[in-house]
Structures are given as C-alpha cells and as structure tokens.
Design a binder for this molecule. Structure first.
Ligand code: FES
Length: 622
C-alpha cells in the first residue's frame, strides 16, 4: 500500500506515476519527490533499499542542487524528508541547525533510503554541470577523478606534522588510500611547489600530488573495445564534453572476424593469447596517442580509462584465457573484474590511472551489454523498452525500472553478411538500402561507386521489400513468376539486385534463421515479463549493425515486434556511450554495477517453449 501523499502534495501535478508490481522487488523502496519551482511536479521512483536520495533523484531526472557531485562536501544537496525516516548522517549537523534536522532536513547524498519516503526538493540555486550521453540521457557530472588545490602551511619546528598528515588535513572530508609511490615523491613535490599543490583523487585513491594549481585539467578516455572496431573518446571531465574521438579496426582481425575464431586461435596455439593481447594493447595505445595528439592533451593528464567490450575481448586484453567462454557451460573468469590499471590494458596515460570495466551477466551477455543497458537507461525508465544488439550473437534486453530481463540469441553470421553469397562489410560498394517501387529496384550504395556486395542492412531491406512486392512468400520462397530479375546460379534461384550482386534463396533462409532466433528471444522475454509485444513503448536497435537497419524493414521481416515505426529507434554505439557515461559519473557507474543484481538473465537453451516459438517466427509476417 502506498503511503498517503502529504496534504500539500495535493496541489502538485502528479506525473508519470504508474502502479508497479510491488511483490517482485521486496527490497525496493518507493520515493516520492515533491519538486518546488514552476511546475511543482511530483515524481515517483522505486529504487533498491540503501540507495541515497541523491542518486535516486538523479537517476529519475529530479534535479538536486550540488557542486561536489554527491561527495558530501558542498552541503548544497538539501532536501526535506516529509514522510518516512532518514537517519541523521555525521555530515548533516554541519549543514543544518537542530531545528532543521528535527523537521526532516537532510543532505541527499548522505541519506540512504531504507523505507518509503516523501521528499521535498527545493529549487536549484546552482546549475549542476551535466552532459548529454547515451540514448538522449542527461548525465549529471560526477567523475571519479577529482582534483583538490590546497595551499599548505610550511612545516616548522613548532608544527611537525608529517608531510602526508599536512596534506590530508587540508582535505578533511576525504580519507584516501595512499600508495607507497606517492610518499616517495611527496616531500620533494611539496617543497618544490612552495607547499601549493593539487591532489589527484580517483574515487578514494590518491594517485598523484601535482605542483601548483592544475585543478582545471582532468581527462579520461572511454574505449569501446569491439571485436571489429575499437573506438576511443577523450573526455574533458570539467565540461563532460568529448575533446577527440577516433576509431580503428581491431588489430586482432588477422586471427578471425568473430570471437569464436579468436578463441579457436588461442586453443590451437600456445602463443596466440599473448599475441592477441599484444594486438589489443597496440590498438588501444594507437587510439590513445591519436586522441591526445588531436586534442593537444598530455597523456599524463588522463587519470582514468573506462573500457567497454564483450567478455572475450576484455579477458584477452587482460591476458585471461577465454577458452571456457566458448564451450558449454560457457563460464566467465569473473563477473566483476578486480581493480586494474590503464597499464594492464597496455595504455600509457597517467602512470597510476585506474582502468574501469563493466560487470558481465554471463559469457554472452557481457560487459558491452551492461554498458548498453546503462546508455539506454532501460533499468531506470518506467516505460517497458526492448533493446536488441544485433549481431552474430544478439543480446536482447527487455524491461523497465520495475523489472528487466536479458538473454542472448545465437543469430548466426547472416547479419555480419559472412554467410551471404554476395555479403560484405558496410564499406564502399556495399548496398545498404533497397527499395522496390513498381517492380523497379532502387539501391543505396555506400560511397560513390558501383555496387559490389550486400551488407546486413541491405539484406534486411531486400528481403522486406521482396515480401512487400510479393516476390517472396511468407514461408521465404521466391515467387519466380513475379519478376524477370530472377535467375539461377548452379541449382539455386537468385534475385539480381544489380548486374553482379544478387540475393540467393539460401541467403533468405540464413536471414530467416537469424531473425527467428532474435524474435524468439524477445517473445520469450515478453512471456516471462507477462506483457504483450504491443505494450513495448520503444525498441532500441544497437551495435554497428542494428543502428543502420531501416525500422520499417526490421518490422517487415519480423525482426522486431509489429509496432508503429516511430517506436523503433537506432541507438548507435551504446557500449561506447556506456563507457563515456561511466567516466562522467560515479553514480551512473554504480547503476551499471547494480545491473548484476537487478537484471535477470534468461537462458534460452533448454526452454521447452523455444522450438515451437522458433518455428512460428521463421515465417515473414503477413
Ligand atoms: S552533493 Fe554535495 S554535499 Fe551532497
């Protein structure tokens, strides 16, 4: 039962409140935020018990004042708890009078929500710095990398504090861990800098003490370590803006196009793991050099890196044998990587820069998908949304802030065009779009060149258009009488898209199997979530392939549910966006880590309903 709204709340506008099934998450609490200001809106959130009011507010788009980003130092995140109990934190008495504490005033970043509460949020006095990232997400800047400029008193015979005590006393709100290497340099740095220094903290780790005031210079690099392409974004942590973005093909390509061929190479050759690791490191370092040069940033001012990638890529980059990922029961080395440094990824930036990775739900719903869940904000949104990362192994996530499920569907290589007779990567000469108008075929080709092959989005378009033009029946068979573009190659019927590029009957079958596998995946997730596909508010197509699909064609072949096309959205490189978000905000990073507890993994193999659903999904919708 909901606690009643306080009387004054009746005059507020109640927005976006839906009844959420309570019983599914008994460890969640319900928070109502009463926002002051012009629209006097009420927002409601359900979060895990123990989440701070500050985090719950920022995840749900309720702006709470802050200039320290929730580190408990600015004392600006004042909120009033008007129903429910929030214990007084050690910092609260420094921010409020006894009377204010009695009437429920608390610092939001220090108050953990352990029960249902109603909270009044005063209007903003300062404008929190924020950045747009992910799929239209508004991220309040709160990087793990913090800098503190301090002007210390010189030590004297009368004041014989140690150098470290003197430094830490000037930052009494933090208790950082201090590595030995800092002490080796601290004495010299303090004296050379005339006792004016900048401490560099990453979370609770003191990674450097720099001479003078360098507090305006702090950067991080977010990497998307993809099997095919690797992307690096150099972020200015002061503004949240990217200063340079570069991408390059993964130097592991000669070992095979997909993760299975890379793992096979490792299984067959004792030296292959080391060489593949070396190639990953070279790729990451090359990009680091490029983004730092382009932005004119000294790599030593990059204090943290965040690496998103599938589990195989991450394990190889860290020198962890990926072989168990490739065979049943598909075991990951660990769901959460232990603390690592940029050097562990072969990246030369600040010498003590930590490296952050994402947790893995399983071998094939790995850190890249957790990064994608963060970028799409699926677990934070009230609407039920579907996210599909389309590829050889397609990951599917369905849910909302109430409950989220994830699975992996082996789609085979049709979408990568590897098994398609005229298949090719999305490069110059690839047909990426097909339209059939009154029997005439119109092609969109990448680059200003003649078509030489068909990439994944062109394949999906071609099949959808052939079905629409009644040249392909719903079972996937060519209707040969309906066009003079049909021909044969060997024994096989083909449809000529151009003089040299064609679609074969077998290509259509490959696509049918791939799309049926994915469609079965989301059908099962809908079943388990207890919803009809028509209730899905938005479908996000992610990854290097999914982002280029034509929504109408994706619906046309039954790859996604039959919904209005405006509900099908290209989500872009969500893993890379997730990496950026994690670099910009420790709050968001915590949300990514919580995915392991919040998102339920659904195993498709062995499901009794899988085969029947799969066979149903093979047909193209009518
Ligand atoms: S956000 Fe600064 S003290 Fe809470």
């Amino acid at each position: 039962m909901d606690p009643p709204l306080p009387r004054e709340a009746e005059s507020y506008r109640l927005s976006a409140v839906v009844d959420l099934p309570e019983e599914q998450h008994p460890d969640r609490v319900r928070l109502r935020f009463l926002q002051s200001g012009e629209d006097r809106a009420v927002k409601e959130a359900r979060v895990l018990a123990g989440t701070t009011i500050f985090d719950a507010a920022s995840w749900n788009g309720v702006a709470v004042d802050s200039t320290c980003g929730g580190h408990g130092t600015c004392k600006k995140c004042r909120v009033k708890v008007v129903s429910g109990q929030a214990p007084v934190s050690p910092v609260d008495p420094r921010a409020f009078s006894v009377e204010e504490l009695k009437s429920g005033w608390r610092l939001a970043c220090r108050a953990a929500a352990q029960e249902d509460m109603t909270i009044e949020v005063p209007p903003l006095q300062t404008r929190p710095k924020a950045a747009l990232a992910g799929v239209g997400r508004h991220i309040i800047l709160r990087p793990a990398v913090q800098k503190r400029f301090v002007e210390l008193e010189e030590s004297t015979l009368e004041d014989q504090q140690s150098d470290l005590e003197r430094l830490l006393a000037a930052m009494d709100d933090v208790e950082p861990r201090v590595p030995l290497g800092i002490l080796r340099e601290l004495g010299g740095t303090l004296r050379r800098a005339n006792w004016n220094v900048t401490a560099v903290l990453v979370d609770d780790l003191l990674i450097d003490v720099e001479e003078g005031d360098t507090s305006g210079d702090r950067h991080a690099i977010a990497f998307d370590l993809g099997t095919t392409t690797v992307v690096a974004t150099l972020l200015d942590l002061e503004t949240g803006l990217p200063k340079a973005v570069r991408s390059v093909l993964n130097a592991q390509q000669p070992f095979g196009a997909d993760v299975i061929s890379r793992i096979s190479a490792i299984m067959m050759d004792d030296d292959a793991l080391e060489r593949l690791q070396q190639h990953a490191h070279e790729t990451l370092q090359q990009l680091t050099d490029e983004v730092c040069t382009e932005a004119g940033v000294d790599p030593a001012e990059v204090y943290e890196i965040v690496v998103a990638g599938n589990q195989t890529m991450i394990q190889i980059a860290l020198g962890i044998d990926p072989e168990p990922l490739s065979m049943a029961p598909f075991t990951v080395a660990t769901r959460r990587m232990p603390e690592a440094t940029a050097a562990d990824f072969g990246v030369t930036v600040h010498r003590r820069a930590p490296a952050v990775t994402f947790p893995a739900l399983g071998a094939y719903v790995g850190p890249d998908i957790v990064a994608g869940i963060l970028a799409t904000g699926i677990t934070l949104d009230r609407r039920v949304r579907l996210f599909i990362d389309v590829g050889t192994n397609s990951e599917i996530v369905l849910g909302s802030s109430a409950r989220t499920l994830a699975t992996a569907a082996p789609a085979g290589p049709a979408f990568e065009a590897a098994q398609i007779r005229c298949g090719m990567r999305a490069a110059d000469g690839a047909i990426e779009g097909v339209r059939i108008v009154d029997g005439d075929v119109e092609l969109t080709v990448i680059g200003d060149v003649a078509p030489v092959g068909l990439c994944g989005s062109g394949l999906v378009d071609a099949v959808a258009e052939l079905v629409e033009a009644e040249m392909l029946d719903h079972s996937g068979r060519f209707i040969l009488d309906n066009s003079d573009r049909f021909g044969t190659i060997g024994e096989e019927n083909v449809f000529y898209l151009s003089d040299d590029v064609y679609l074969s009957q077998r290509d259509v079958r490959e696509l049918q199997f791939a799309k049926a596998s994915i469609a079965t995946g989301w059908q099962i997730l809908c079943r388990d979530l207890g919803i009809e596909p028509s209730e899905i508010a938005q479908v996000l197509l992610g990854g290097s392939f999914g982002s280029y699909l034509t929504p109408a064609s994706a619906i046309g072949i039954g790859l996604v549910p039959k919904l209005p096309v405006t509900r099908i959205v290209a989500a872009g490189n969500v893993a890379g966006e997730g990496a950026k978000i994690a670099a910009l905000s420790v709050t968001e990073r915590a949300a990514a880590n919580a995915v392991l507890d919040e998102v339920e993994y659904v195993e498709l193999s062995g499901r009794e309903d899988f085969n029947d659903l799969f066979i149903d999904q093979l047909a193209f919708p009518g």
